[in-house]
Write a protein that binds this ligand. Structure first.
Ligand code: ATP
Length: 558
């Protein structure tokens, strides 16, 4: 190994020196570099002969994890972190391949199965963003299970924070999840008509946020999605999805496309709203197996409650009806995604995993830190998650390094590092509320129980029907303004910024309350629970893990 393969050999280890050294190595096609235990992999953005490369190497990380598992019998975790487009998912795939290659297993098809499910999950969980044409819009934790003696038994995937808002809304220059484009590019006209679909341009969630741009940017993009569709259907069959399941998956996607096309206009008669064009409504009812279309319409435009046994119907305004419709579209998509992950896991796991299970190796591929021209609720959640990972990283790495120095009798000076605890306090808990300005701020509880941290404040504000995104920001300013990590934006009462460990990010709070409430109306869910389609009913009654994966059904069928 060369001296510059490991940057911990450098005399000075600051940001400038590290960047300089990495750039110099990159220019000589050395894409991987160690910093002690950590491997820094710079995206080569071109095909490189990865299997010939000498260390430092991604395979070394995988090797080290496996060796440690054998030696200690303890669970190992590889954390893959970096900003969007850095190459996390590709690196994770390389490491999984290598782990499969070096671990003995009775199931020789497991490697094929794991490699095979990637394009399937990517079709439903990835999308083209301004940063990356194939950006993962969900976090993945892939766990490889071993016997106590190191034989590979199976794998399991957990998905985290799927960016379901993308189904109904996205920023300029970004696309919806791949599968919607694949569907239109690859399906025959007859099959599209079976789902009441024709032209992708007719669908709100397919049209580009940039006016004037077509759904497919050019014939090449169309071809890309066309082959994705054929590949996707072949994989679904290979991993054991029945023809009926495949039809049902596309049926849910078609229902989402039609649902998002339902338009509401003010209705003088009720002072609420009514549905303009009934065609998408008919299509949704038919596809989702809702026989009582009147009930579905009422659930979309009104809320029914019972007070002292009396049925009270209140009419939604346009914003509430739009939010309710979109909440259902997002829920359908996230439940479908959870179901697919569950099915994939079934295919990757054998009964042996439960019987002779020993330690495991987990690979966490989380969306990296994001700072776009416009940052919304999703960026906020992703960045907060990255703050947590950063905290873990610092809590783990620095004390460990210092312990190693002590053990080896090396004299060392205390390593000074910037803790991100104050950002985490700002988000999760703000111990001392110093601001005296509490006017116009709503609280559920008074006195001792003041809300703490942005997440708590957000939850509190979400409970008040009169609250707005501006009143949320006002509340944040009042209660978080004392934190040096929080900055209000002068002249914009709907934005705020946070000084994260990576950099300062300005968040546009428009949509925060709606996203946090994620108000899926009980009346709409009731319609689906009465669907004549078992699959739809099961999607809404199945047990979902905390991350959203549907691993087993609790059937409603008698
Ligand atoms: N080792 C590699 N060799 C060649 N190309 C690569 C490699 N790693 C990444 N790339 C290229 O960079 C693109 C982005 O990589 P990848 O999708 O892994 O990034 P990411 O960090 O997972 O991004 P996101 O957080 O947006 O999902 C890939 O689609 C691929 O074109």
């Amino acid at each position: 190994m060369r001296q510059d393969d490991d940057l911990s050999n450098l005399e000075v280890l600051d940001e400038g020196t590290i960047v300089h050294a990495l750039r110099a190595r990159f220019q000589h096609d050395h894409f991987c570099t160690y910093i002690g235990d950590i491997l820094v992999a710079v995206n080569p953005c071109k095909s490189v002969p990865i299997f010939d490369e000498q260390p430092p190497h991604l395979f070394w990380v995988a090797d080290a994890a496996y060796r440690e598992l054998l030696a200690t019998g303890r669970n190992q975790v590889i954390l893959v972190s970096g900003e969007s487009g850095a190459g996390k998912t590709e690196s994770t795939k390389y490491m999984i391949r290598h782990l499969m290659y070096i671990s003995p297993s009775d199931d020789t098809s497991l490697l094929d199965k794991i490699v095979q499910v990637n394009p399937l999950l990517e079709a439903f969980g990835n999308a083209a963003t301004v940063m990356n044409g194939n950006s993962s819009r969900f976090g993945k934790f892939i766990e490889l299970s071993y016997t106590p003696t190191g034989n590979l038994l199976g794998a399991k995937i957990d998905d985290y924070i799927l960016e379901k808002s993308r189904v109904v809304h996205r920023s300029r220059g970004e696309k919806n999840f791949h599968v919607f484009y694949a569907l239109f590019a690859g399906m025959s006209r007859e099959r599209l008509l079976y789902y009441f679909l024709e032209d992708p341009e007719c669908h709100r969630i397919m049209r580009d946020a940039e006016p004037g741009l077509g759904v497919f940017r050019d014939p090449e993009e169309f071809q890309y999605y066309r082959s994705m569709f054929h590949n996707l259907t072949a994989i679904m069959t290979d991993v054991g999805f029945s023809d009926e399941h495949i039809t049902l998956i596309f049926l849910v996607l078609a229902a989402i496309l039609h649902l998002a096309n339902i338009v509401f206009v003010p209705c003088e008669e009720t002072d609420g709203v009514s549905v303009v064009d009934e065609y998408p409504l008919h299509a949704v009812a038919k596809l989702l197996g809702v026989e009582d279309e009147v009930q579905l319409t009422e659930a979309l435009i009104s809320t029914v409650s019972r007070i002292k046994g009396e049925r009270i119907q209140s009419w939604k305004n346009e914003r509430e009806a739009n939010d309710g419709r979109d909440a259902l579209a997002k829920e359908l998509y996230s439940r479908l995604f959870g179901w697919i992950v569950g099915q994939v896991n079934r295919n990757l796991t054998t009964d042996n995993v439960h019987r002779s299970r020993g330690p495991s190796i987990g690979l966490l591929d989380m969306s990296g830190f994001e700072n776009f021209p416009c940052n919304g609720f999703d960026q906020f959640l992703i960045n907060v998650t990255n703050e947590r990972l950063q905290q873990y990283f610092m809590d783990y790495i620095f004390p460990r390094e210092q312990l190693d120095y002590e053990r080896e009798g090396i004299t060392w000076t205390n390593i000074e590092y910037h803790s991100n605890e104050d950002v985490l306090n700002l988000v999760f808990q703000l111990p001392n509320i110093t601001s005296s300005e509490t006017n116009n701020v709503h609280f559920i509880s008074d006195g001792e129980q003041k809300p703490h941290g942005i997440l708590r404040l957000l939850d509190e504000e979400s409970h008040f029907p009169q609250s707005t995104d501006a009143s949320l920001v006002h509340k944040l300013k009042t209660y978080s303004g004392a934190s040096p990590r929080f900055r209000p934006i002068v002249g914009d009462n709907c934005s705020f910024s946070i000084q994260h460990f990576a950099e300062q990010v300005t968040y546009d709070a428009r949509g925060f309350l709606e996203r946090n409430r994620d108000n899926l109306s009980v009346d709409l869910v009731t319609c689906l629970l009465h669907s004549n389609n078992n699959f739809i009913r099961d999607l809404f009654t199945a047990y979902r893990s905390e991350t959203g994966t549907i691993s087993e059904y609790v059937s409603v069928r008698q």
